[in-house]
Design a protein around this ligand. Structure first.
Ligand code: SF4
Length: 160
């Protein structure tokens, strides 16, 4: 049965959607070669940390795409033949066609075009990133007590 959203949860999710839209406008025109390396945490050596509200938002996207991650359904991406790291640690949401199963709902860290090969007309500066992160954390703290404490995406995602 679908879980009913409490008013404070609705407010937090709406606030996060506004922030994501703002970030999207700020980074309009940005492109990347879609190598999917940023979805292979063993390749980049970094993994998005998600707050409670980012996770709740992402779970909406997972629900819309069938309720399970591609990894859980066996339809997840395979290792890249050109990559040499032993364990790529592929994000459970990366599909076999190398697309994110919940792209419109992806967490903040997946939206920042941090890859060196990404191109942006106006790249985000560190202070701007910090300001966005502070705002995400403020929303998360309103969403859930302690919700602003980020967790690695692979540990926060529901399994199965
Ligand atoms: S959530 Fe989507 S965009 Fe982010 S790392 Fe996973 S597959 Fe990639």
């Amino acid at each position: 049965m679908k879980r009913r959203e409490e008013p404070h949860e609705r407010e937090a999710l709406a606030a996060l959607a506004v922030l994501y839209a703002e970030l999207g406008e700020r980074l309009a025109g940005s492109t990347c070669p879609a190598s999917t390396e940023c979805c292979r945490f063993g390749v980049t050596g970094r993994e998005p940390y998600v707050t409670s509200v980012e996770l709740a938002y992402l779970e909406r996207g997972i629900a819309r795409s069938g309720g399970k991650t591609p990894q859980a359904t066996g339809k997840g991406a395979r290792p890249l033949p050109v990559v040499t790291v032993k364990d790529e640690r592929i994000c459970p949401l990366l599909r076999a066609d190398n697309r994110c199963a919940a792209y419109d709902f992806r967490p903040f860290g997946c939206r920042t075009f941090f890859c060196e090969r990404a191109e942006s007309p106006r790249p985000l500066g560190q202070q701007e990133i910090n300001a966005f992160v502070r705002r995400v954390k403020d929303i998360a703290a309103r969403h859930r007590p302690g919700g602003d404490q980020g967790r690695p995406l692979t540990r926060a995602l529901p399994t199965g």
